[in-house]
Design a protein. Structure first.
Lengths: 360, 360
DNA sequence: GTGACAGATGATATCGGTCCCATTAAAGGA
DNA sequence: TCCTTTAATGGGACCGATATCATCTGTCAC
């Protein structure tokens, strides 16, 4: 036999190319099944289009090779990544986690995948994260209100993708908004305490001057103060103490500080159940009776508030439902090619009365 | 002028093609800057390779167009997605959230993005999620131990990607493992209570027969029971009650059930701080004094345990550090093309002594 | 028998980047 | 001066799917 290179053989050999991994591709499946790549693709995305006998051949090849389609390639071609971006201040907050949970659930049926980023309440980080997210070409973006840095807004407009702001109702929504008014939370809390007959009313929140800012929490405080002012009551017992995000410990130290500064305080609204629970614990340590000596209410209806003694009166927002609803809306929106008009949905809030408040 | 179509003009016009969106591509940038696509790509990924003057031209074009590179396309070409997959039982657990947090932090510098999936402790869901994740071609996979369904394991082996199991030390790790032994947690807890002189010792956990199974929690119980047995003590006060995942409320109801069934109980280990805190709250309601009447210890060192009265003795594992460490290991591993030998790292655990336990 | 039509499948271009190698210009060495 | 080396840039193939349109086969009505 000649030792000259044989063109014909060379042509049928796989070209070396860039291929390094031995992971099977759709081409391998198609060869093994003896069909075209397109048929394989159809079997996996819309099996009804393919004859059952062909389908079985393909599925067998898929199984034999352990083929897992590459969504990166699919996304590029179909221009649909199947990603929904979610930007949160933090994951270590049960309510935000609940939002993510609800969203995921709603998106699962339509086979969207959540792409989560969190900012630790840091605005610069927010912008960087947003750029990272956009580079993944999500089909929609969900974010917690508050973000209104100029650049971020501009990037969002340019992204040409549905934007949903959640967990707040911004005065100037970028596009859609689903949430509740944090300002109204504050006013509602103050109104509730006023209606119970209290006149020495205080509040616990984080200082807005810290490195990180909890914009939504500050909105609640603003509403709270406004309602007090409308009732012609002083706001000097509204304590902004320590840095965001708040925690049990924050509530404990802030409570002590407030009580020491204002010994005659009758009722306290904490910016979050976390602070409120911390306050109740500190009160126990100070031998102050809740609610006989001081009434306390919180916000967020965290599970722990139901379990402590006394159980915590709080303002409830159904964050999981909020996530679910957002997800459903997005699935509908993305299924139809029409661009719906911007919408703003208020999911409302509800006072949950428990034992930590006693009418004056 | 002729009204015949002019070929030359037509050739320079953009082809209609599939292009729908008007989002700028690298081609638009290159045209505007008067350079090749490759040069644009270099400016964005390795600016040192490009002459400053050229670089500036390109960056200006990028800014003018508001160009955001498409990582989907980039990933396909470079065969590097920049994704690390993370699979967790749930996000609504502070310790798992802390893992995600630590991981994110470690991955940020190397510009990897976490792809999070969670299973709600559901094995079937786990498998579906894993497939979804693999289709995104992550460069590594991090998962909580326990997952050993046949199919899932097979898929992982086939994925040809580093696998790290965390938050447990499986007896047969798939590849790498970073975590602690839940079994040892149980034994350590029992040993600690034995050393304090208790002989009537109980525990609170979820039933493993429920719809969802907390494999790690059950491991802790197994270790706890083994240590009791070694001390020739009965295990009949180890209560498996209700369904996973546990919660404050779970702890409260399980505590009451246990105390009613075993009134002479002296000390209790709860599978999680959540249960333990719930138990302390229920004890308060039952007018049982902690620790005078009953000692309680938990696991996980959740923030709330530090704040309640009495503060909770617990077993601490640094989950955030665990995430950080995992992330660092992955970054190193992916930077070098070598495949390191499988490693198992025990991050250990630590008893945190607080007021909820009093020696007998 | 034949044309129209629907159903099943295939061929090929394309998505938007990066890899690899070629080309050109500038710098340095004998 | 000429050759080699290095730096900067460009050209074109390619990553692995899907969109789109073409082809082929068989059925049915007239």
């Amino acid at each position: 036999m000649s030792r000259l290179p044989r063109e014909t053989t060379a042509a049928t050999e796989p070209k070396p190319g860039r291929r390094a991994s031995q992971r099977p591709t759709i081409r391998d499946v198609s060869r093994l099944a003896g069909v075209s790549r397109m048929t394989v693709s159809r079997v996996l995305s819309d099996p009804e289009l393919v004859l059952p006998t062909t389908r079985d051949k393909v599925l067998k090849a898929v199984a034999d090779l352990g083929y897992v389609p590459d969504k990166t390639a699919g996304s590029l071609s179909s221009r649909r990544t199947g990603f929904i971006a979610l930007m949160l201040p933090t994951l270590t907050n049960a309510n935000f986690a609940a939002v993510a949970h609800g969203l995921t659930e709603a998106l699962r049926e339509a086979n969207y995948h959540l792409l989560i980023a969190y900012t630790d309440y840091d605005m610069a980080e927010e912008e960087r994260q947003l750029l990272n997210l956009l580079a993944r070409r999500p089909e929609a973006i969900v974010l917690t209100g508050a973000m209104h840095r100029r650049n971020a807004s501009r990037m969002l407009m340019a992204a040409d993708v549905p934007v949903v702001e959640i967990a707040d109702l911004p005065s100037q929504p970028i596009e859609h908004a689903i949430g509740f008014s944090n300002y109204q939370v504050g006013r509602t809390a103050a109104r509730y305490l006023l209606d119970r007959g209290f006149t020495r009313i205080g509040a616990l929140a984080a200082s807005p001057d810290g490195e990180v800012t909890d914009h939504r929490g500050e909105e609640r405080m603003r509403g709270f103060e406004d309602e007090l002012r409308l009732a012609r009551l002083p706001t000097d017992a509204v304590l902004r103490h320590g840095s965001a995000p708040v925690s049990f410990h924050h509530g404990a130290t802030a409570f002590r500080a407030l009580v020491e500064a204002q010994p005659d305080i009758e009722a306290i609204f904490a910016v979050s159940d976390l602070s409120a629970v911390g306050a109740v614990m500190e009160a126990q340590r100070m031998n102050l009776r809740i609610p006989e000596d001081i009434s306390i209410m919180g916000f967020g209806d965290f599970e722990i508030g139901r379990e402590i003694n006394p159980a915590l009166t709080t303002i409830h927002v159904d964050f999981r439902a909020l996530g679910l609803r957002t997800g459903k809306m997005l699935v509908d929106m993305l299924a139809s090619d029409a661009t719906p008009a911007p919408s703003v949905v208020d999911v409302g809030l509800r006072i949950v009365e428990r034992a930590s408040i006693k009418d004056k």
